[in-house]
Structures are given as structure tokens and as C-alpha cells.
Ligand binder design. Structure first.
Ligand SMILES: NC(=O)c1ccc[n+]([C@@H]2O[C@H](COP(=O)([O-])OP(=O)(O)OC[C@H]3O[C@@H](n4cnc5c(N)ncnc54)[C@H](OP(=O)(O)O)[C@@H]3O)[C@@H](O)[C@H]2O)c1
Length: 338
């Protein structure tokens, strides 16, 4: 019997704010494998805010092409190989890679595909969370660019998201005092009570963000972990300590803008504060993943890392779950369970 595959397509270019109607659910028969392809039955889909950028017309860059209309939306996925023409990916392997929002994926081993050898002491989905792209991004950003020292003041925005949750706890484990920035009072309380942030800033509260930042960092911030970009980054650059490090990880405030990113101000501060701002992509560090995985697995096993997941169920829920994540309605890493 022909196996059917339900997928979520990018149906049209989003207007300023992404809505679930920008996606369409579509079921098609699976084609047969060719060459060295293998078939993955996906277990989990990872929702990553960064992919929003490549849904826009003409958004292709040196990292990814603009996503084509009428095709399944790109995503990091984890699943089990159920059919294979590729000796390196035998049936039964658990794999992770970049394919799409779909129940089954056909892959050939490219696009970040790798076989997992999961630690039996760790839940499998962690390899998409703290031990996956979010954890790798948190770890390499902090260790390589942030270079934390005991007593540093570490401030991160989008602090309750997939990367933010893990990054705040790694910085704390490295001896930093941590400040998490998020939208909403309940979310900020959760940051303190569940994730152990020392202080929080609710950027959506009536008190101006700049004023709140001055209160938590009167002497300036030593490490800024920036997931947001735009005007929030501009404000943060105005509150740096000397010799501070700015980890340029993402610009989620800019992905829904038509016509490119807003200019970031306060760059002069980098000069007088002898500060260093550096961008990076987690995938630059594939060779060093084992180092990060050892470190984070140690935290998970010792119970010193909370790794919260914002679960949604079923392929049909994927579009709305992605919209909700961008709107900030998530606590932790967003995953779809298939
Ligand atoms: N460099 C890399 O290798 C790499 C890899 C993966 C992801 N990233 C980047 O990391 C960032 C976080 O990604 P994620 O997948 O972990 O997503 P996430 O943090 O789980 O979700 C995005 C969060 O961003 C916040 N947000 C949305 N619009 C905002 C705005 N205008 N101003 C301030 N905050 C806003 C929302 O929380 P609030 O409630 O706080 O608003 C939302 O929950 C993204 O910028 C992404 O592109 C970088």
C-alpha cells in the first residue's frame, strides 16, 4: 500500500506578521527512494525562530535560500530510518537533520544530517533541545564569544525561549550573575522561579526598557547574549561595561520586517568601552559538538539543568505553534510531537 505523507507547506509570503493561514496542510503519496536516499519517519520537529527570516521573498543569503512557495517549510527534525538505500544510514538508525515540516522525510545524508547515538540516561527529545541546535548555540555563543568569568553580569533577551533557557543556566554555572529579558510578568516570574535567573526585565511592562536595564546593570553589562537585534540591541549597547562581549546570535525582532533589518545604533559605545561584538552560527562548530554535548549532558544528569519544552501535538498543529512562538506564547523550546 502506498504510504501517505502529510506536510505543511508555505502557501504564501507572510505579510508583516506571520499567521497560520500562510501555511497549508497537504497530504501526498510518498515517492520511491532513488540513489543513496533513505526514508525517515519523523518523531519530532523542532521550531526555530530563525527560519522565519527565510520565509520572506528575496531573503536568501549565504546561509540559506529563501523558502520556495508551495513546498514544505524547512525545519530541523529527528526521526527513525525506516527504509534505506544508503549503507551509512541503515534502517533503525535515529537521525537528525534539516528537512521539513512533514511526517516522513527523504534524505541523502546532506543538510546537517547525522546519526544519533543517544545516551540512555537522557530523554531522546533532548537531542533537539539542550543537546541539539539550541544547546549548541547557547554553549558556543557563551564559551567562545562570551568567555564568562566568575562574577560577570550576563544579560540575555528572548530569555525564556529555546536558546535563552539553556544559555541562562550555562552562564550561571560559569559563575555569572544572570539577567533574563522576556515579554510579560508571568513569563518573567517563571524565568526566576523555574530557570533560576537572578534578575529579570519585562520589556513589555510600562516602565521603559532602558530604565529597567540601568537598574539591573548600573555598572554596565559584561556579557550581552542578543537574540533580538533592532532597537532592543541599540538600547543594550548603551549600557555596556568596559571590555564587555556581545554575542550576536539572532535578530528575532527583525524577521517580520519587510525591506530589511533596522540599523543598530550606539556603535560608538563599542569603542569607548573596548567592547567586542561577534556573530556566529552554531553549525560552524560541528567538530566540537562532543565537547558541548559532554558539558550539557553533565548538567542534565546532575539535575542542574532545567530543559523546558513547549510541546504541540501532530503535524497539523505546526503552523499555529510557530506563529505562537514568534508572538512569545512559549515557555522553553518549541517541539512538535508527531
Ligand atoms: N546563530 C545561530 O546559530 C542561531 C541558531 C538558532 C537560533 N538563532 C537565533 O536565536 C534566537 C532565538 O531562537 P529560538 O529558536 O530559541 O526562539 P525562541 O527564543 O524559542 O522564540 C522566540 C522568542 O523571541 C521573543 N521575541 C519575538 N519577537 C520579539 C521582539 N520583537 N522583541 C523581543 N523579543 C521577541 C519571544 O519571547 P518574548 O516573550 O521574550 O518576547 C519569543 O518567544 C532567534 O533570533 C534565532 O534566529 C541563532
Amino acid at each position: 500500500m502506498t504510504q501517505m505523507n502529510t506536510r505543511v507547506l508555505l502557501a504564501r509570503r507572510p505579510a508583516e506578521h506571520l499567521v497560520a493561514a500562510d501555511f497549508a496542510v497537504d497530504t501526498q503519496p510518498l515517492r520511491s527512494l532513488q540513489g543513496s536516499e533513505f526514508l525517515i519517519k519523523n518523531l519530532y520537529l523542532s521550531l526555530d525562530a530563525g527560519f522565519r527570516q527565510w520565509m520572506n521573498e528575496g531573503s536568501g543569503d549565504n546561509y540559506l535560500e529563501s523558502m520556495p512557495l508551495g513546498e514544505p517549510v524547512q525545519s530541523i527534525v529527528m526521526g527513525t530510518v525506516v527504509e534505506s538505500l544508503n549503507d551509512q544510514y541503515p534502517v533503525g538508525s535515529i537521525v537528525m537533520g534539516r528537512t521539513s515540516w512533514e511526517q516522513y522525510s527523504i534524505a541523502d545524508g546532506s543538510d546537517l544530517m547525522s546519526i544519533l547515538e543517544p545516551d540512555p540516561g537522557v530523554e531522546l527529545h533532548e537531542y533537539l533541545c539542550s543537546l541539539g541546535p539550541s544547546g549548541m548555540t547557547a554553549y558556543f555563543g557563551i564559551m567562545d564569544i562570551g568567555q564568562p568569568k566568575q562574577g560577570d553580569l550576563f544579560v540575555i533577551n528572548a530569555a525564556a525561549g529555546g536558546i535563552g533557557c539553556i544559555a541562562g543556566q550555562i552562564a550561571k554555572a560559569e559563575g555569572c550573575t544572570t539577567v533574563g529579558i522576556a515579554g510579560g510578568q508571568a513569563k518573567c516570574q517563571w524565568l526566576q522561579n523555574t530557570l533560576g535567573y537572578d534578575q529579570v526585565i519585562d520589556y513589555k511592562s510600562a516602565e521603559p526598557f532602558e530604565q529597567q536595564l540601568q537598574k539591573v546593570a548600573p555598572e554596565g553589562m559584561d556579557i550581552v547574549y542578543d537574540n533580538v537585534g533592532g532597537p532592543m540591541l541599540t538600547t543594550m549597547l548603551g549600557q555596556l561595561a568596559e571590555n564587555s562581549r556581545i554575542i550576536l546570535c539572532g535578530a528575532v525582532s527583525q524577521y517580520e520586517r519587510d525591506g530589511g533589518h533596522e540599523a543598530v545604533g550606539n556603535m560608538w559605545e563599542l569603542i569607548t568601552k573596548r567592547a567586542r561584538a561577534e556573530g556566529f552560527m552554531f553549525s560552524d562548530h560541528v567538530d566540537r559538538y562532543p565537547e558541548a554535548i559532554d558539558y550539557i549532558t553533565g548538567m542534565l544528569k546532575s539535575g542542574s539543568l532545567v530543559s523546558p519544552v513547549n510541546w504541540s501535538e501532530g503535524i497539523e498543529s505546526t503552523g499555529q505553534a510557530f506563529v505562537d512562538m514568534l508572538a512569545g506564547n512559549n515557555l522553553g523550546k518549541c517541539l512538535i510531537q508527531l
